[in-house]
Design a protein around this ligand. Structure first.
Ligand code: FBP
Ligand code: MG
Ligand code: MG
Length: 337
């Protein structure tokens, strides 16, 4: 018998351990199947006609790429027939999509960023899909926006898929963070790392430095101190990485540690950050915390934030616990001064 543990077998074991029910198991299988379809499309590159602009925009005022639209449709179609959802919400759709009456319905809500790292699609750099699963709250109509406005701590599952040199799926159902790699010949995800752990300390940070002049004072002070290196207050040298696909940057951090930061900046003072709380920051925070890391908005824990809007933005500081605490301290101290 094969030594490999497939995603299917892993999920059955999670169900037996009472970590998930059968509906959630099947819902995760549907999402993983959709990611496989997106991975095949990504792999075709220019040959698949997937590159370039779609010529449309999303609710965030961002130009959509063809692959943003394709990935959104793949996820919607797969899940509409899945039978385990009441509604979906996506970065690429203004409002939630209720599962039509003609289709089988379930008790879960799925949120996704169908294609993360859009600026990297056309340059053949790793991109991905991020997803978050919530339960229908008992007291509100489960298909409208209000039903989705639950804090990250209410997530029952979260994950992302990176379409890189290999396609990897990272998943948590609240009992550790686990890695699966797509076996392209067999067409199945295979467990390749159980219980990923993020080292508590790091000497590597990820940030878009070109925004430095727009940051708050404590954010500038923190980065200045990292750049002074061994001779400065941190007493060690730091390396920098920035892929500009959150999935790929977070994947590096889950693999070898580091801190990922997308802080508030004053380029557009009305936007409280670039990344979206519900389908970027919350699922990544769940995965990172389950791997022993930390995640804050610079002041407090992201998964405790009560959401007020589906497409709400938030500053993000996540990764190696001690480093997230260090940068969060710079902000707290500045607030108290
Ligand atoms: O272009 P910048 O400022 O480097 O921002 C990159 C960030 O924006 C994002 O691409 C936003 O996600 P989308 O591509 O899904 O809009 C993140 O993945 C990434 O971390
Ligand atoms: Mg994104
Ligand atoms: Mg996106």
């Amino acid at each position: 018998m094969s030594q490999h543990v497939s995603l299917t077998r892993f999920l059955i074991e999670e169900e037996r351990a009472d970590h998930i029910n059968a509906d959630l198991r099947l819902l995760i299988e549907v999402v993983a199947r959709a990611c496989k379809t997106i991975s095949v499309a990504v792999g075709k590159g220019a040959l698949g006609g997937i590159l370039g602009d779609a010529g449309t925009g999303n609710i965030q005022g961002e130009a959509q790429k063809k692959l943003d639209v394709i990935a959104n449709e793949v996820l919607l179609e797969a899940n509409a027939w899945g039978g385990h959802l009441a509604a979906c919400a996506s970065e690429e759709m203004d409002d939630p999509y209720p599962i039509p009456d003609a289709f089988p319905r379930g008790n879960f809500l799925l949120l996704f960023d169908p294609l993360d790292g859009s600026s990297n699609i056309d340059v053949n750099v790793s991109i991905g899909t991020i997803f978050s699963v919530l339960k229908c709250p008992g007291d509100v109509q489960c298909v409208d926006t209000q039903a989705f406005l639950q804090p990250g701590s209410s997530q029952v599952a979260a994950g992302y898929c990176v379409y890189g040199p290999a396609t990897t799926l990272i998943l948590t159902v609240g009992h550790g963070t686990h890695q699966f790699t797509l076996d392209r010949e067999q067409g199945s995800f295979v467990l390749t790392q159980r219980d990923m752990r993020i080292p508590e300390e790091t000497q590597e940070f990820a940030i878009n430095m070109s925004n430095k002049r727009h940051w708050e004072a404590p954010m500038q002070a923190y980065i200045d101190d990292l750049l002074i290196g061994k001779e400065g207050p941190r007493g060690k040298n730091f390396n920098m990485r920035w892929i500009a696909s959150m999935v790929a940057d977070v994947h590096r951090i889950l693999t070898r540690g580091g801190v990922f930061i997308y802080p508030w900046d004053k380029k557009d003072p009305n936007k409280p950050g670039k990344l979206r709380l519900m389908y970027e920051a919350n699922p990544m925070s769940f995965l990172v915390e389950q791997a022993g890391g930390a995640s804050t908005n610079g002041r407090s824990r992201i998964m405790d934030i009560p959401p007020t809007e589906l497409h709400q933005r938030v500053p993000v500081f996540l990764g190696s616990k001690k480093e997230v605490e260090a940068v969060t301290d710079y902000h707290r101290k500045a607030d108290q001064a």
